[in-house]
Ligand binder design. Structure first.
Ligand SMILES: *[C@@H]1O[C@H](CO)[C@@H](O)[C@H](O)[C@H]1NC(C)=O
Ligand SMILES: *[C@@H]1O[C@H](CO)[C@@H](O)[C@H](O)[C@H]1NC(C)=O
Ligand SMILES: *[C@@H]1O[C@H](CO)[C@@H](O)[C@H](O)[C@H]1NC(C)=O
Ligand SMILES: *[C@@H]1O[C@H](CO)[C@@H](O)[C@H](O)[C@H]1NC(C)=O
Ligand SMILES: *[C@@H]1O[C@H](CO)[C@@H](O)[C@H](O)[C@H]1NC(C)=O
Ligand SMILES: *[C@@H]1O[C@H](CO)[C@@H](O)[C@H](O)[C@H]1NC(C)=O
Ligand SMILES: *[C@@H]1O[C@H](CO)[C@@H](O)[C@H](O)[C@H]1NC(C)=O
Ligand SMILES: *[C@@H]1O[C@H](CO)[C@@H](O)[C@H](O)[C@H]1NC(C)=O
Ligand SMILES: *[C@H]1O[C@H](CO)[C@@H](O)[C@H](O)[C@H]1NC(C)=O
Length: 399
């Protein structure tokens, strides 16, 4: 083994990297921790050294979703935190740190790691922050269209299931529509016998509806002529229409699936997992993972899970139009749906009114959070945040 002088000088730097040692001052600490009655802090430690208290936080998953926000909002602070994605190590904040934006990186692992790192960072007090998860997704033609905007109440994680290939099941299980079936079961369409805990998340419906109300007044980008042409290939009214705001649910899967067979199966799976409540319309790769990190953070008062909105705009259809039913792979790989610019623009067009409302009505409405406090169950399938889920079973086997 060989050390270069550069490596040695780097090591020397490391030795000196922590010149400060903060003295713990008990009086100071107890003065700094907000009173538990006022803000529902569950935390055992709080964040006495926090210096940033953003009111609104935009969560993007990758560059294309991030850039319209960087263009629209006047972010001047670049803040690098430990634990963020190597591809997106920096988050951005406005002049007075009122609005911030973070990019998680794509997929469930990136989303969960990034949100965990953010919520645990001692410099950010997020206990009153509103989060807008704003990403693009595949859309179900029955509920939305290219450029359409969806706001979820439920997020369902699809791939926490067994999977066997068609070749291996079609002889013995001819009535299965896919190779997926739930944990702890022996057949399709059976509610899982055991769960990992991240299968279903429910978010604040009141707040969602407020964001929808605000977004509904926005003038959306209607997309390209080719988008319009492609929409007209579908039979469903929603698919054929101009982009609109829809209330329907998002599914999370690292596997980027498409086509009628998997969408039909996952649609009924999402419905089953939520005992008939979730209307799956948008497929994406992160939301249940981000929500799991938020649930864990709320458990210790680090965020308010009631202050999360999940918005997905539709970049492409999740299943082919009738004309291409005989060529699903060709639909996905080759068909020109007209581009995704409308979905990217509509992230900002539909999301910004909510961000503005948070700032404009902070003192009267959003600070206390009372006006749009949830009336529905919020949280995960375990009831981690209290209350009784309106989905799931009273007991699951230990997975
Ligand atoms: C601790 O903090 C309190 C309140 O700010 C201050 O009055 C006191 O002097 C501090 N004690 C020490 C040892 O610094
Ligand atoms: C902050 O990040 C933006 C976007 O990546 C970049 O354009 C800008 O140069 C950065 N500013 C500083 C001071 O690094
Ligand atoms: C922070 O900046 C925003 C946007 O410029 C402004 O609307 C808001 O009043 C400022 N907030 C504070 C607390 O200064
Ligand atoms: C498939 O058929 C078997 C045998 O008739 C039945 O028990 C099972 O419920 C069916 N499964 C599905 C998913 O339809
Ligand atoms: C999109 O179409 C709607 C309905 O025709 C229209 O009101 C709106 O102005 C259009 N949006 C843009 C950006 O042109
Ligand atoms: C869609 O509409 C076309 C023509 O209007 C019709 O022939 C076809 O059967 C419809 N397909 C479905 C799946 O409804
Ligand atoms: C699918 O059907 C359409 C119209 O029915 C036809 O034009 C096309 O060639 C078919 N494609 C394939 C791959 O079979
Ligand atoms: C949801 O459905 C499962 C399976 O049918 C059932 O065991 C459970 O009791 C239902 N949960 C609620 C909250 O209705
Ligand atoms: C993921 O979370 C969404 C939104 O909370 C929920 O509607 C959906 O059912 C969840 N998906 C899965 C597969 O758990």
């Amino acid at each position: 083994m060989k050390f270069s002088t550069f490596a040695l000088s780097f090591l020397a730097c490391l030795c000196n990297a922590h010149p400060f040692k903060r003295e713990i001052n008990g009086t100071q600490l107890s003065n700094d921790i907000p009173p538990t009655t006022a803000n529902d802090l569950h935390s055992s430690y709080g964040k006495p050294f926090a210096i940033y208290q953003p009111k609104a936080f935009i969560v993007s998953m990758f560059e294309l979703e991030r850039d319209p926000w960087l263009k629209e909002l006047d972010f001047v602070h670049n803040i690098t935190l430990p634990g963020l994605s190597p591809a997106y190590p920096t988050l951005y904040c406005s002049t007075n740190y009122t609005i911030c934006q973070i990019t998680t990186g794509e997929g469930e692992i990136n989303a969960a790691s990034t949100i965990t790192a953010l919520t645990l960072n001692p410099l950010f007090d997020l206990s009153k922050t509103y989060f807008l998860i704003a990403g693009i997704a595949g859309g179900e033609p029955a509920y939305t269209t290219l450029g359409g905007v969806t706001f979820a109440k439920y997020a369902v994680q699809l791939a926490l299931e067994y999977e066997v290939d068609y070749v291996d099941y079609h002889n013995t299980m001819p009535n299965w529509t896919t190779g997926y079936y739930a944990y702890g079961t022996h057949d399709q369409n059976e509610y899982p016998g055991n769960v990992y805990g991240t299968e279903v998340f429910e978010v604040n419906e009141q707040l969602r509806d407020r964001a929808v109300e605000l977004a509904s007044r926005a003038e959306l980008n209607n997309g390209t002529e080719q988008n319009a042409k492609f929409r007209s290939l579908y039979n469903q009214t929603a698919a054929r229409s101009l982009p609109a705001i829809a209330k329907c649910d998002v599914a999370t899967s690292d596997v980027y699936f498409y086509g009628a067979t998997l969408n039909n199966y996952f649609s009924s799976f999402a419905s089953m997992m939520t005992n008939g409540s979730a209307v799956y319309c948008a497929s994406a790769q992160e939301d249940n993972a981000s929500l799991e990190a938020f649930v864990r953070a709320q458990k210790f008062g680090l965020v308010d899970y009631d202050r999360i909105v999940v918005m997905r705009t539709i970049s492409d259809f999740a299943r082919p139009p009738p004309l291409m039913d005989n060529n699903t792979v060709g639909f996905f790989n080759q068909a020109d749906q007209g581009g995704i610019q409308a979905s990217l623009d509509n992230l900002v067009k539909a999301g910004l009114p909510f961000i503005h409302d948070i700032l404009a009505e902070w003192d009267s409405v959003y600070d206390s959070g009372d006006k749009y406090r949830s009336k529905n169950y919020v949280g995960d399938i375990f009831g981690t945040l209290g209350g009784t889920p309106d989905f799931g079973k009273p007991n699951f086997d230990v997975a």
